[in-house]
Design a protein around this ligand. Structure first.
Ligand SMILES: [Fe+2]
Ligand SMILES: [Fe+2]
Length: 326
């Protein structure tokens, strides 16, 4: 085994020793967790149809782009089997373990699973979505797979998850505030509670990276550089619909996210900036020469991305999604 790999495994084992405390801090006990049923009309109630009618009336207020983003976010959440499978494959994580990392990934998955359930059920009730088309896209996205470009490396992977949990937080939080402006308190709460979970999860993964930094700063910085050079892909980058090529819908989905300001290239840059400052990358020293270069590259990256993003144009023309019927 090479040195870098054995050091990584040692680092993973060390973090695993504190996994009970970390789980207590960043995950919620199941009995105290919200469940999708808490936010949706209860079909056992006589008032069910009345409540669904109100829900549908409010759902009509969403613009085409905003609804597109909500559907894309839902499908992204629904492709959870891919994320769990990938996380379980990370070096240093034992899928069969009842404790430690294995337990962390299962418990994280169990929390995330509520997101897709809740959004899917909401969209079903909304009366605006061709559920069959949404389901086809979901089945494709899971079947097409998901390449984080992190491989099975734990450092790369936790840089990726830190970034992604922050991105999903932004997206759900912005949808929440947009629909609240439209007077849709229920959908606002739905997206709000999901966003809050994403923040907790982001804090967990950022903490894992901080712990890695204490033990192997040079290794982590090189991983961070590698991930940023490859660019952090969105989990839905292979999104497509019926009779379409892999990834065909992703561009249109992200244009809608940009037009509604739910998730923009500026957010990507700001997430990077927040990670650089949270992990205090600029002040890390006692690095290898290679890691020092990587640190300088990372610290200069936000400005470089700003220059590129200022030249990018977002198409205004609307794409016609099969998911949306009205
Ligand atoms: Fe989620
Ligand atoms: Fe998440």
């Amino acid at each position: 085994m090479n040195y870098a790999l054995s050091l990584r495994q040692e680092v993973m084992r060390t973090i695993e020793e504190s996994m009970d405390q970390l789980s207590n801090k960043y995950l919620r006990p199941i009995e105290e967790s919200w469940q999708p049923a808490d936010f949706l009309p209860d079909s056992q109630n006589e008032s069910f149809f009345e409540e669904v009618k109100d829900l549908q009336e409010l759902a009509r207020g969403m613009s085409y782009d905003l609804l597109t983003v909500l559907i894309g976010d839902t499908i992204t959440e629904e492709a959870l089997p891919n994320y769990e499978a990938w996380l379980m494959s990370i070096d240093g994580i034992d899928r069969t373990s009842e404790t430690g990392w294995g337990k962390w990934i299962r418990s994280w998955t169990a929390e995330e699973n509520r997101h897709g359930d809740l959004l899917n059920r909401y969209l079903y009730l909304s009366g605006r979505v061709d559920m069959r088309q949404l389901e086809i896209s979901t089945q494709y996205l899971i079947s097409d797979g998901f390449d984080t470009q992190a491989g099975t490396d734990p450092y790369n992977s936790f840089v990726f998850t830190s970034f992604q949990e922050l991105a999903t937080n932004i997206s759900h939080r912005r949808v929440a505030s947009e629909v609240k402006k439209l007077g849709d308190e229920r959908l606002g709460r739905i997206c709000g509670v999901i966003a809050a979970d994403e923040t907790r999860h982001a804090n967990a993964y950022k903490t894992f990276v901080s712990l890695i930094l204490e033990m192997d700063p040079s290794g982590l910085i090189l991983a961070f550089e590698e991930m940023m050079k490859k660019k952090i892909v969105m989990p839905a980058h292979k999104l497509r619909g019926t009779d379409e090529a892999i990834g065909n819908l992703f561009k249109e989905f992200s244009f809608a996210a940009q037009r509604t300001s739910v998730y923009t290239t500026q957010d990507y840059i700001e997430i990077l900036q927040s990670l650089l400052s949270e992990w205090d990358i600029g002040h890390l020293n006692e690095l290898t020469d290679e890691a020092e270069k990587a640190r300088d590259y990372l610290m200069a990256l936000p400005n470089r991305l700003e220059r590129i993003s200022s030249r990018m144009k977002i198409p205004q023309g609307q794409y016609s999604f099969k998911w949306i019927t009205r």
